[in-house]
Design a protein around this ligand. Structure first.
Ligand code: FDA
Length: 473
């Protein structure tokens, strides 16, 4: 058993953990990052499937994500725009594909007016919601006990408008059915992106990609940390007391002053805490769960939809694939479509054989783009629910009422333990931008605590050593 001494141990080499470790190391502390998988990046993963490069997890960058944009600039990672020239496609309740340009899809005048009304109403509620403290909204208790679907259905009799508004938060963001989370949770999702209108605007929310893939962010950060990142080390136990922690994997232990548990909230409980965490913390952790979405890539010899005047952008609450986009990689002549199947549709799909799943998904793509979509040269489904160290996608959110009961506790430290994740962020919630913000915040908190402790020590005793230094291995 190897034994290390560090100022801070970070559990999880995703964007949150690697950002925190990078900031702490830059400030002169000793760190080690323990990662369960044999790679860094967590929910960011670029891979080659049958010779085709795919981003299997997170990939898009939007203009409001300034923490991520700042990190991309620091790391020297160039971006490129998602292809968006041409018409979009919407499939309505009758199953007919209609092309359109502009913001609102083709529907009756009444439905279009209703959509605009609901978007304006949600924008107003979102403007009143602080993403850092949605539980402080004056109507938080009321908004957290009604499901998003029930609220929408009480607001509107127009089922097509309701289904489409639900889609933008439920299928497309939280990846849970709209009857399983609250209106307040929906407002947080939109507030974290600046407004509900931003979520509806694919040109905003899915603006840019990183040349070579977004996983380069964690890869570059890990490169900077060198041997301080240890792969293949699932953390099993965190023993803690006020003075510090001992963190154990199967093959090593680390004694440290602080630990940052930077894993998705649904996995906090895979670690044994000795002594157990305080009761409310144990309760909180039972109220956050990951959504479920299958991200599908289909690559064709050419981007045939472009020749047909289509941008590749397509969506429908009535289709298995509820949204799809041109996801061709920078500089490639082949064309790639990416589509998403969420929540209960994903449940049903996962019951099918691989052959039947593929057929059902390609049929759905063909409903948007025509029969040429049926014959990809490369095809791949990202199955994050099957990954032991994630167990779903995209991210975690609270159950009904959970946000007002426990939201304020999420980022509260427990002695030397801090919990972090993109799924606890305010701005950039459930996104890489939020992961970076939370990573920076936790690092700053630790540095502030150390500075405060050393000031107290300097005035009250002769011991001015702020933290343990160096490592025994
Ligand atoms: P993350 O889950 O990435 O990292 C946690 C790490 O902890 C993992 O490496 C895991 O292996 C490790 N771990 C877990 N338990 C452990 C243990 N006990 N011991 C040691 N290590 C442990 N975002 C975005 O900005 N734009 C986008 O387009 C998308 N799209 C998207 C698509 C898909 C399919 C997914 C799954 C996700 C996205 N996202 C996204 C979300 C984005 O990927 C996500 O918010 C961040 O990558 C999360 O970073 P974290 O570091 O918080 O967690």
């Amino acid at each position: 058993m190897l034994h290390l001494n560090r100022d801070v141990v970070v559990v999880g080499a995703g964007a949150t953990g690697l950002t925190a470790a990078t900031e702490l190391k830059a400030a002169g502390l000793s760190v080690v990052v323990l990662e369960a998988r044999d790679r860094v990046g967590g929910r960011l993963h670029t891979d080659e499937i049958d010779g085709q490069m795919y981003e299997l997890g997170g990939q898009w960058v939007s203009p409001d994500q300034t923490a991520l944009i700042d990190t991309l600039e620091t790391l020297g990672l160039p971006t490129y725009e998602r292809y968006r020239e041409g018409e979009s496609v919407y499939v309505g309740p009758g199953g007919v594909a209609a092309r359109f340009t502009g913001d609102i899809f083709p529907a009756s005048d009444a439905t279009q007016a209703e959509l605009e009304r609901l978007i304006a109403l949600l924008d107003e509620l979102v403007a009143q919601t602080d993403p850092a403290a949605p539980w402080e909204h004056p109507r938080a208790a009321e908004f957290d006990r009604i499901t998003f679907r029930a609220w929408l259905e009480a607001e509107s009799d127009d089922s097509e408008a309701v289904e489409n508004i639900a889609l933008f938060i439920a299928d497309a963001m939280l990846t849970k059915p709209a009857h399983s989370f609250s209106l307040l949770q929906a407002l947080l999702m939109a507030a974290s992106a600046g407004s509900f209108s931003h979520l509806v605007d694919a040109d905003f929310i899915l603006d840019k990609r990183v040349v070579g893939g977004l996983q380069q962010v964690p890869l570059r950060l890990a490169e900077g940390l060198g041997d301080d990142v240890r792969l293949g080390h699932p953390v099993r136990t965190v023993e803690w007391a006020d003075g510090g922690v001992t963190v154990s994997t199967d093959a090593l232990t680390v004694a440290a002053r602080h630990v940052i548990v930077a894993v998705p909230p649904n996995l906090y409980d895979r670690i044994d805490y000795v002594p157990p965490l305080p009761r409310l913390r144990q309760q909180l952790q039972q109220h956050q769960s990951l959504g479920l979405v299958i991200k599908v890539h289909a690559t064709y010899e050419t981007p045939f939809w472009r020749e047909d005047g289509l941008s590749g952008t397509a969506f429908s609450p009535y289709q298995l694939v509820h949204e799809a986009y041109d996801n061709s990689n920078h500089g490639e002549t082949r064309g790639t479509l990416v589509g998403f199947v969420s929540d209960q549709k994903a449940d049903a799909l996962l019951q099918l054989s691989a052959v039947d799943r593929r057929r059902a998904i390609l049929d759905s793509l063909a409903a948007y783009y025509g029969p040429k979509a049926l014959e990809p040269v490369v095809y791949y489904e990202s199955d994050w629910a099957a990954e032991e160290w994630t167990q779903g996608a995209y991210a975690a959110s609270f159950d009904l009422g959970g946000l007002t009961r426990y939201g304020a506790l999420q980022l509260e430290p427990v002695g030397p333990i801090r919990f972090g994740s993109s799924d606890l962020a305010a701005e950039g919630y459930q996104h890489v931008d939020g992961a970076i913000r939370v990573g920076r915040r936790l690092a700053r908190e630790i540095l502030d605590e150390i500075a405060a402790t050393s000031t107290t020590n300097a005035t009250s005793s002769t011991d001015t050593t702020p933290v343990t230094e160096g490592a025994s291995a």
